[in-house]
Design a protein around this ligand. Structure first.
Ligand code: PLP
Length: 486
């Protein structure tokens, strides 16, 4: 492909993407297909030899239209209200394109200095925007140093925080028996990280992994946590890592960071506190939505995903730590082929020592472009309108006596169920998604001692307007009527 051919097909691809965004509303939100049908639609192998470029690309665009696009769940669809959003924007897409277009590697500062320095600067901007503690900035001067780095996912961030904590505890006492603490409502990535890090043997391993119960609002029960830490210490174990959540996956509950930090400081000062704010954290761009950060200065690390609710396409998890030394100590290896003068002089950041992978893309570009395109005001109004619309949705749903809203609304997330019970609630959920006019997710949460079915509603898609929220509310009410009348 020559640069001229690339120019031509590239323009066509940008057009294709722009058309996709313009018309996605006309599509069903989900794909009604049988497993295996996309696989079966593809040929047994790749072409032996290439056709002329234009012809090849005619075929590729045809397959995008006929095989790929109709068989997706459309996460950018304005009626997508499932899981948490994975929103994107044209600015981010252009950043992704520039990243691929340059094809550079930022594993060391030296292998492309701008990759590291743009990332460091943009993450310091974000620390300001989210009002994170000073100790999390690259400019922090305390002995353990701080700073932010882009990880692929919040799951990876949780893993590296745990690995750093393990190193910190085992450095102090090589015979220590580390224990991990988290709550029943934390994301599954915590238990997975403990298994990968060799700190838990299996998901049910309660010897090395304490899963603490919650209060009525589904935040971690700090007295239960205290009791668990006490009993582990009495048995000679070493509390190593406490995983808290700001905005749990099921209901958006917030753990009390300051209360947990007080227990940690009193009982096990070496334990590492990690705060997983994968979805909710970016709401802190709005000063009025920052309350849940109270006490964050006591935590060792924090993650929030720009790739969920901040208009930056996957993958872009912003991970911050105030103990950069332990993180680097746990992950730094120095083979001769990676040695270079800038690293040896300690004058630069080498992000390879901050995460699992060596090679790294220029992911900061897309976030940088988003920040420049939207400005602080643009990002704030993006978050604010979603919260406002969810509030309006909540008020109207509460007026309908057929529905119960068992947990408090959290930002742009709320849960609801039919008072008629679990089975009708699940049937309502099934019918709503089967309509393909919206997509919502379902979960189980403890209500008065029993696990109950609820439907989650979370606004976050960039194309959603108030009318989509209103229409979906009407759809939910009408479908509830059908379910309840049998
Ligand atoms: N943590 C929380 C609280 C989440 O809700 C999620 C996903 O929704 C994750 C972590 C996992 O995020 P990622 O896909 O970036 O690993």
């Amino acid at each position: 492909m020559t640069p001229e051919e690339f120019r031509e097909q590239g323009r066509r691809m940008i057009d294709w993407i722009a058309d996709y965004w313009k018309s996605v509303e006309q599509r069903g939100v989900t794909a009604p297909i049988e497993p295996g049908s996309v696989y079966a639609a593809l040929p047994d192998g790749p072409p032996e030899s290439a056709a002329p470029t234009a012809e090849t690309w005619d075929g590729i665009f045809r397959d995008l239209d006929e095989i790929v696009a109709p068989n997706l769940m459309h996460w950018q669809h304005p009626n997508y209200f499932g899981f948490f959003p994975a929103n994107s924007s044209f600015a981010a897409i252009l950043g992704e394109l520039a990243c691929a277009g340059m094809g550079v590697q930022g594993m060391l500062w030296e292998t492309s200095p701008a990759i590291t320095e743009v990332e460091t600067r943009v993450l310091d901007w974000m620390a300001d925007l989210l009002d994170l503690p000073e100790s999390y900035r690259s400019t922090a001067t305390h002995a353990a140093l701080g700073g932010g780095v882009i990880q692929g996912t919040a799951s990876e961030a949780t893993l590296v925080a745990m690995v750093a904590a393990r190193a910190r505890v085992l450095d102090a006492d090589p015979n220590a028996r580390p224990v991990i603490y988290t709550s029943t409502q934390s994301h599954s990535s915590v238990i997975k990280a403990a298994m990968i890090a060799g700190l838990a043997r299996h998901p049910e391993d309660r010897e090395h992994l304490r899963v603490i119960g919650t209060n009525a609002d589904l935040s971690i029960d700090v007295e239960q946590l205290r009791a668990a830490i006490d009993s582990d210490r009495a048995e000679g174990r070493a509390p190593a890592w406490i995983g808290l959540t700001s905005g749990t996956t099921a209901t958006g509950a917030f753990d009390d960071i300051a209360a947990v930090a007080a227990i940690r400081d009193e009982l096990c000062p070496r334990a590492w506190i990690h705060v997983d704010a994968a979805w909710a954290g970016v709401a802190a761009v709005c000063p009025e939505h920052r309350g849940f950060h109270a006490g964050l200065e006591h935590a060792e690390s924090y993650v929030t995903n720009a790739h969920k609710w901040l208009l930056t396409n996957f993958d872009c998890s912003m991970f911050y730590t105030k103990d950069r030394r332990s993180l680097n100590r746990a992950m730094s290896i120095n083979p001769s082929y990676l040695k270079n003068a800038a690293s040896e002089a300690g004058a630069v950041i080498d992000y390879r020592d901050w995460h699992v992978e060596l090679g790294r893309r220029f992911r900061a570009l897309k976030l940088w472009f988003v920040l420049r395109q939207y400005g602080v005001d643009g990002l704030r109004s993006h978050i604010r309108r979603h919260v406002e619309w969810t509030e309006a949705f909540e008020t109207r749903l509460r007026r309908d006596e057929r529905f119960d809203l068992p947990t408090p609304r959290s930002l742009s997330l709320l849960t609801f169920r039919l008072r008629a019970g679990d089975e009708p609630t699940r049937e309502l959920h099934r019918r709503l998604n089967a309509s393909r006019r919206t997509y919502l997710t379902h979960t189980l949460i403890p209500i008065e001692g029993a696990e109950r079915s609820v439907i989650r509603f979370c606004i976050g898609a960039p194309l959603t307007e108030r009318r989509h929220v209103d229409d979906t509310l009407e759809l939910i009410r009408a479908t509830a009527g059908e379910v309840l009348s049998g």
